[in-house]
Write a protein that binds this ligand. Structure first.
Ligand SMILES: [Zn+2]
Ligand SMILES: [Zn+2]
Length: 214
């Protein structure tokens, strides 16, 4: 596990490490307790990757919170595929929050009352949100209790060893499903993998939409 690749093999090892460290996988519905692991996924690019990761987690008896966008340029949550994805995430036992684009945080029945801003500016990142918990509010967030895989860069290194040793009192761990599901040594390569998969998907969708592909 030394190379800490951004792939599903190492993702599973991360989950195993958390289990070795005796962490509990919890939702954003209470103040952090010692041993809590708030596993969070911001779904920026690919709803298919989110479902793939959700299936893997459920197979490991792990629960996490998926933050989905209603204003994404990459996927449509209101499409049949989007609706099926939410249904699947729920059926697997995960929580679903809103990955909101500031300043709009319009929660509806699809979401638990919890919000994570997409690419937030520091000015409003931790501010209270009406009618919902903000995952970056001070009670859920401090630098000692937070790790993120943004752009395939762990700022303080991959957390698997610290998790296995139980070094975090509690942790909010943010991962982006597309980084792990679509493989590549760099973010650029992972995006190449994702776009190759989506090209196949688009051909299928065109066919299903009765487009003449003869
Ligand atoms: Zn690692
Ligand atoms: Zn985001």
């Amino acid at each position: 596990m030394s190379d800490c690749a951004f792939d599903l093999v190492h993702y599973r090892e991360l989950l195993d490490a958390a289990r070795d460290g005796a962490y509990a996988f919890v939702f954003f519905d209470h103040d952090p307790r010692p041993g809590d692991l708030f596993l969070r996924h911001d779904v920026d690019l690919s709803i298919e990757a989110a479902v793939t990761l959700a299936e893997l987690e459920a197979g490991e008896d792990v629960r996490s919170t998926y933050f989905l966008m209603t204003q994404s340029v990459f996927y449509n949550l209101a499409s049949p595929q989007g609706e099926a994805a939410i249904e699947r995430l729920r059926a697997l036992g995960h929580a679903v929050g809103l990955h909101a684009v500031w300043p709009r945080a319009e929660l509806d029945e699809r979401f638990d009352p919890v919000v994570a801003w997409h690419n937030p500016d520091p000015q409003y990142m931790s501010d209270p949100v009406d009618g919902a918990d903000n995952v970056m509010a001070s009670r859920f967030f401090s630098l000692d209790h937070y790790r993120s895989d943004s752009n395939q860069q762990w700022r303080s290194g991959c957390p698997h060893e610290s998790l296995a040793r139980g070094e975090f009192e509690w942790l909010q761990l943010l991962t982006h499903p597309e980084i792990w599901v679509y493989e590549g040594a760099t973010m650029r390569e992972s995006m190449e993998s994702m776009l190759a998969a989506e090209r196949e998907l688009r051909w299928r969708q065109l066919d299903e939409d009765r487009i003449d592909l003869s």
